[in-house]
Design a protein. Sequence first.
Length: 51
Amino acid sequence: MEILFLLIPLSVALVILVGLAFWWSVLSGQFDDLEGPAHRILDDDDAPEEQ
């Protein structure tokens, strides 16, 4: 029972830290272009070299 006095505040602090990290990533533009990198792979320049 006494372990709950430690685990509950630690879990609340962890949730707050994860929430702050997610909020920072949203505000810094990490999720702005989700499809761009996937399309960049397909648009790779695979032209054969001239010999």
